[in-house]
Design a protein around this ligand. Structure first.
Ligand code: ZN
Ligand code: ZN
Length: 222
């Protein structure tokens, strides 16, 4: 009974593969045609032969850097004006500046890393006339893959098409406003560390601002 099921799955898998192969052959673009990388990738900006890939609105990174800089600057000025020992001031300054620079590096690194873009596959362009969804057997599991009519390929699981970047991105999480690009397979870790550090910085600034404020009213004025 179990063998029957396995054989059925194998047969359907072989059928899918042979069907895909035959359609690939029909629609194949000549091997001599070299499609430039900017035509293979939607709205993303490609620099240094694909080593740097940014979102269309990459200038938002600068906006993010300034937004974080404002509370950091106010906090630094407040620390410098504080009537306390130099070593205590230095500890606060070093922690704040270190976290801010780390956020800056992570924001730029995350915004210039390829999030996992699947390049357009012109070999499968002929599918775009049809409504397509294929079933593929992977390790005994039947996966339904949808065809992307913009990128001309069958989307692997957890891949989505980003409307802003106009690309399919592997392990797509969301399109990040601050980095100006998608968060996906290759920059997800950077995004998580960035999120953790920026939250830590704001909690750190908020906690010590409230602490110094109370200390000021209770001990200096009181
Ligand atoms: Zn797509
Ligand atoms: Zn995007």
């Amino acid at each position: 009974m179990k063998n029957d099921k396995t054989n059925k799955r194998k047969d359907s898998f072989q059928k899918d593969i042979s069907e895909r192969k035959s359609i690939n052959e029909e629609s194949k673009i000549s091997d001599d045609v070299e499609i430039p990388i900017n035509q293979r990738i939607g709205n993303n900006k490609v620099i240094c032969k694909g080593k740097i890939i940014m979102g269309e609105k990459y200038h938002r990174m600068l906006f993010g850097i300034i937004v974080v800089l404002i509370p950091v600057l106010i906090f630094i000025i407040a620390i410098l004006r504080l009537d306390s020992s130099l070593s205590l001031k230095l500890i606060f300054l070093l922690i704040t500046i270190f976290i801010y620079i780390s956020i800056l590096i992570l924001l730029i690194k995350g915004g210039t890393t390829d999030p996992g873009i699947l390049e357009r596959n012109y070999e499968l362009i002929s599918y775009s006339n049809k409504k397509m969804r294929i079933k593929v057997n992977k390790n005994g599991y039947i996966l339904k893959l949808n065809y992307c009519y913009t990128c001309y390929h069958f989307r692997p699981p957890r891949t989505s098409h980003c409307a802003e970047c106009d690309n399919c991105v592997e392990n797509f999480d969301h399109h990040c406003f601050w980095m100006g690009t998608c968060v996906g397979k290759r920059n997800y870790r950077i995004f998580v560390i960035l999120l953790f550090l920026s939250n830590f910085l704001f909690v750190f600034i908020l906690f010590f601002s409230v602490f110094f404020f109370i200390f000021f009213f209770l001990f200096i004025l009181g």
